[in-house]
Design a protein around this ligand. Structure first.
Ligand SMILES: Cc1cc2nc3c(=O)[nH]c(=O)nc-3n(C[C@H](O)[C@H](O)[C@H](O)COP(=O)(O)O)c2cc1C
Length: 649
């Protein structure tokens, strides 16, 4: 069956099950692009699964062979002679990928880069760097999460800067040359809060901003924002080091093939970090060491030939994985085997051949782009995102491999200033993946593809972004999937008698199923339950009303007090959850007034905004407050964690 779009909700039943939701968009059965790396939500009452694992593991990514203390940034700068240091604060890899791209480009200009995970260094040394290394440029690529919070790896740096701000310490960064690119999404309330904060603080502490703060918006076009920012950045940096900013045509390889380093006893098979971790499972299970869970149940929730939404239960018995209702379960995806085969055929490689890619720079933090050695099949299946939309950097590198002059100039045009609009249309609007660009020879794409591009497999693999934990359709046919728990801040009130209002259309209902199961368990223990309202919505009642029976049972047992469902396409005028909320304005206000907690889960772009607007209107209408005051009230509720959102776009 060919699917236009696939929504998958994996939801929990008992303590051994987990829940997640996925959005994967298929361009076609064969050329698919994963539109959104959505995280995953735990369902079921909070819990843990006990048991024991076993076996030893070893680290797969070699450490720097330089012999210097890896946590001493100043020493590293001196040893490497780095002229530009690029720090990243990244959760799902985009900021890290951008940092690596900056490093590659620096090399192209003849400037020595150093890429650094922001959590790896003690930032107290920045003052000394400012004084002793006045020619060094520090760049920061930092993403924003949660309610304007830093990524996990940038938390310490954030606290460090906050501390400097509040303590008024004499921490002087005069002379420190810096530039910041923030990664965010405009559909969130706190757009790029972390990027803005880092930029503001470095300036406040005396640093010298060499280029304006860049604000990337992945709701619009992050790639374009990044390219625009770099266009201002490089002339400044090149001027500092006496380089020519137009002189960047030389290809630069970050990794080289090193068959001599292959140890036949240590061939990775897709493990994200530790050699042998898939076969010898040893607790604790984390992102680097996921638990390989058995798929226990898989069932279709929709009755629709065009769309699919799956309920999947995973067995986490014996894992000791702990979760609280509202947490997410992340899954390591795999690329579609038929796409891998097709790509291999195009690249002229034998999939079972072994591959070892080693950094050309011995000081590079990552000595291999992913665990090596492995087969080409493993690399293309588990480690690189073969369905990514190509950024400027990939196209720029492909130019040199185009055999046909016309194709060469068309490709080149896409990465020039004049070709900017065409790039956006050709790649982003039309969702054209690397595969389609260079490889895919289905007849209708022949004219669009660049079939003369003869790129070596190892170079393409080096350029492709690393496949990130999320969910992928291939998991649906797998019996086992590597998973780990991502903590969320989406939490039930500490006291069960506090009323709750849940708004979760579509797969946004997933965490609420977990909340209701949690309440059921609390009720069974004799706890008093406050009122609970659920606003659910879907297109068609008879096709997409997932978990209807279960929700009605919760209603019957009193675990759920009221269930309001909106079926947007079942009548002429579209009805959404926000309309039902307005119809129930008085009840909602009474509950808010009584201390209710409000939860919104699902689409950030339209639903969450409309629901936010509806709440403001309800508060306004029931209290006679001005719009501004009603908004302030909702903001205060958010600060008190009485208004929580888990949304994605
Ligand atoms: C759960 C979640 C929360 C987010 N919260 C915010 C936010 O508050 N403000 C913002 O500007 N962007 C927010 N974003 C968007 C990310 O910052 C953006 O996708 C970024 O590219 C991620 O970079 P990374 O892949 O390096 O982690 C959020 C994304 C997710 C998935």
């Amino acid at each position: 069956m060919e699917l236009d779009s696939l929504d998958m909700a994996v939801l929990a039943g008992a303590a051994v099950a987990v829940a997640y939701f996925v959005y994967t968009k298929f361009l076609s059965e064969d050329a698919q692009h994963s539109k959104r790396a959505s995280t995953v939500t735990m369902g079921g009452p909070s819990g843990a699964a006990n048991g024991s694992g076993g076996g030893a593991m070893s680290v797969g990514i070699p450490q720097s062979p330089s012999g210097i203390d890896d946590s001493d940034f100043l020493a590293k700068l001196k040893a490497t002679g780095a002229q530009v240091a690029i720090f990243y604060g990244s959760q799902t890899g985009t900021a890290e990928d951008f940092s690596l791209r900056l490093a590659r480009e620096a090399k192209r200009f003849g400037i020595t880069p150093l890429v650094a995970d922001i959590q790896d260094y003690d930032m107290e040394c920045l003052q000394t760097v400012a004084k002793e290394q006045e020619n060094t440029v520090l760049l920061f690529c930092v993403a924003t999460y949660g309610e304007g919070e830093p990524t996990d790896n940038a938390l310490e740096f954030y606290n460090f800067l906050k501390d400097k701000e509040e303590s008024g310490d004499d921490f002087d960064l005069t002379g420190l040359k810096f530039g910041v690119f923030g990664l965010g999404n405009k559909t969130y309330d706190h757009f790029n809060a972390m990027g803005m904060f880092v930029d503001k603080m470095l300036d406040k502490l005396g640093g010298q901003r060499i280029t304006d703060l860049g604000l990337g918006d992945d709701d619009a076009n992050m790639e374009e924002d990044f390219v625009n920012w770099k266009e201002q950045l490089w002339p400044e940096v090149c001027a500092l080091f006496g380089k020519d900013p137009t002189d960047s045509e030389i290809s630069f390889r970050q990794y080289e093939l090193r068959p001599d380093l292959i140890n036949k006893d240590k061939i990775f098979t897709g493990e994200p970090h530790f050699f042998g971790s898939f076969t010898k499972q040893k607790r604790p299970f984390t992102q680097k060491n996921p638990f390989v869970a058995q798929v226990r149940e898989r069932r279709e929730l929709y009755d629709d030939d065009d769309r699919s939404c799956l309920h999947i239960e995973l067995d986490i018995a014996g894992s000791s994985l702990k979760y609280t209702a509202g947490d997410h379960v992340a899954v390591y995806p795999k690329n579609n085997p038929s796409l891998v085969e097709a790509l291999a055929a195009r690249l002229g490689i034998e999939l079972d051949e072994l591959l070892y890619l080693k950094a050309t720079d011995e000081y590079a933090k990552k000595q291999t782009p992913f665990p090596c050695a492995c087969t080409f099949r493993t690399a293309l299946t588990h480690y690189v995102d073969i369905c990514a939309l190509p950024g400027h950097n990939i196209i720029q590198e492909l130019v040199q491999y185009a055999q046909d002059e016309e194709e060469k100039s068309r490709l080149h045009h896409l990465v020039t200033k004049e070709g900017r609009q065409e790039f956006v249309k050709y790649i982003h609007d039309d969702l054209r993946t690397v595969l389609e660009l260079t490889v895919w020879f289905v007849p209708e794409l022949l004219c669009a593809g660049f079939k003369s591009v003869d790129v070596p497999a190892d170079h393409l693999i080096e350029l492709l972004p690393r496949l990130q934990p999320r969910c992928c359709h291939v998991n649906l046919i797998d019996e086992k999937v590597p998973v780990f728990v991502r903590r969320s801040t989406f939490r039930l009130p500490s006291k069960s008698r506090i009323p709750i209002i849940m708004i979760g259309p579509g797969t946004g209902v997933a965490p609420f199923r977990g909340f209701l199961q949690e309440r059921e368990a609390l009720k069974a223990k004799g706890k008093t339950l406050g009122d609970a309202l659920l606003f659910f919505g879907c297109q068609h009642e008879h096709k997409h009303y997932m978990y209807r029976e279960e929700l009605e049972e919760f209603l019957e047992s009193g675990v759920l007090s009221e269930l309001h469902s909106a079926f947007s396409r079942d009548q002429q005028h579209k009805v959404y959850v926000q309309h039902l909320m307005k119809n129930n304005a008085k009840t909602i206000w009474k509950m808010i007034d009584a201390g209710a907690h409000i939860y919104v889960c699902g689409d950030a772009k339209h639903m969450a905004r409309d629901v936010h607007r509806a709440l403001v209107e309800i508060i306004k209408a029931e209290t006679n407050l001005s719009t501004q005051d009603a908004e302030t009230q909702l903001k205060t509720m958010a600060q008190q964690r009485r208004f929580q959102q888990d949304v994605w776009s």
